[in-house]
Design a protein around this ligand. Structure first.
Ligand code: XIL
Length: 403
């Protein structure tokens, strides 16, 4: 048995024995011998054992570490990389939104992202509050880390997002000034960010969630200070900063609110007719098991046919516990139902004209890092990878949908 397999089994045993569920941490460390040794010491500190047991663990660790060839680590993590990457089966880009902390610190997560996707979106790292925390301070550390990773691994970077009604820093919500000052503030934010990533980020969600569910303009801080047509100007400012970037309007609800869908189509067609630079529509698609396949299909096909623009299924997840049942578990029946839904969605998307297929991006990578459970305060399993970064039935279903 390879040394790391011994390490891994030992760690799992210790993890379970200590009654703690820290498998992700273990998986991340086991592919890094230095991290592994630190973890052993951590365990010994956290869970004091009899002197001889501790000594035995240290001895076993040293033997294992010595017997693994230097610089050549064979990860014995559950194998999520046995198949080819998901994107290799598709004739359009396939991506996920990325948590930069996990990308930095969790080797299993990073290996999976590297293998499975050819497009990435920052889950949070490019949002206003992250990149522009104070009026005269921009902080691109995390976003740059993601971009560098994408460049090294040959992935497209989609920018998310420039203008949103939440995720704003306090200095913006407390901003004092007339409409000209607000306009200048927003313009300089958009242009600073787009210029920073020029040539590296190929596309932007310029305005995110600018409409209400009934299709009326959202009364955001931007709308209040700048009027409804601020949206058009955001696209012009972004285009001035990077004329090559593809510009998207991104929103949710296309699948459950026909009036919102109509309003989105109306908005982007209005921009197009006025010559405002807009290239695509992001259909977020935070959907769930209660939404019919027909409604999901209509969101994609009607938006594509009525606008002629590129369509990005930009934040896909299929929640399986929309009724908030706290005791629910992820049975094989639930897994199969989810797989059927993923496949139906991917099949419909795949039927769009090639030029309109900008790609499908899931929101987060695995059930462990999905935002859904925390946001809705319930157990849920919305993504194609489970808590241990293993493919679920939805994974194969997505591949089937590509064909
Ligand atoms: C979410 C992130 O996933 C969370 O981590 C964050 O706390 C809030 O935002 N629509 C969007 C995304 O456009 O930016 C949101 O992301 C999910 C809903």
């Amino acid at each position: 048995m390879p040394a790391n397999a011994v390490n891994f089994k030992l760690l799992l045993a210790l993890g379970y024995a200590s009654g703690t569920y820290f498998i992700d941490e273990v998986l991340a460390k086991v592919v890094d011998p230095a991290g592994f040794q630190k973890l052993i010491y951590l365990l010994i500190l956290r869970y004091p054992m009899k002197k001889y047991t501790s000594l035995l663990i240290v001895v076993v660790t040293i033997i294992c570490a010595c017997s693994s060839k230097k610089g050549q680590v064979t990860p014995t993590v559950p194998d999520t990389t046995a198949s080819k990457g998901l994107y290799t089966y598709a004739n359009f880009p396939v991506g996920a939104s990325i948590n930069v902390d996990l990308l930095r610190n969790n080797a299993v997560y990073t290996a999976l992202v590297t293998k499975q996707y050819n497009s990435v979106t920052a889950e949070n790292a490019m949002k206003f509050g992250y990149v522009h925390p104070a009026e005269n301070t921009y902080n691109y550390t995390d976003a740059d880390y993601l971009v560098t990773f994408a460049q090294k691994t040959g992935k497209r970077v989609h920018g998310h997002n420039l203008v949103w009604y939440i995720g704003l820093p306090d200095w913006v919500t407390n901003f004092q000034g007339d409409s000209a000052a607000w306009e200048q503030m927003l313009k300089s934010h958009i242009q600073n960010v787009v210029t920073h990533f020029k040539g590296k980020v190929v596309s932007w969600d310029v305005v995110n969630e600018g409409l209400n569910d009934d299709g009326t303009p959202r009364q955001s801080i931007w709308e209040q200070h700048l009027g409804t047509d601020y949206i058009a100007r955001c696209y012009q400012y972004a285009h001035e900063a990077d004329p090559d970037a593809l510009l998207f309007y991104n929103d949710y609800g296309n699948e459950y609110s026909p009036s919102k869908r109509a309003a989105i189509i109306n908005l982007v067609n209005g921009l197009k007719q006025r010559g405002i630079p807009i290239d695509g529509v992001g259909i977020q698609m935070h959907t769930n098991s209660n939404t019919s396949d027909q409604d999901i299909a209509a969101a994609i096909t009607v938006t594509a046919a009525s606008t002629g623009l590129k369509i990005h299924v930009s934040e896909l997840d299929i929640a399986m516990n929309p009724n908030n049942i706290q005791t629910m578990t992820f049975t094989s029946a639930v897994a199969s139902a989810q797989a059927v839904k993923y496949k139906a969605l991917v099949k419909v998307y795949n039927s769009l004209p090639a030029a309109q297929k900008f790609g499908i991006t899931t929101w987060d990578v695995s059930d462990a890092d999905s935002w859904i459970a925390g946001y809705y305060k319930r157990p849920d399993w919305p993504l194609p990878f489970n808590n241990l970064y293993q493919p679920k039935p939805a994974y194969q279903a997505i591949i089937d949908g590509f064909n």
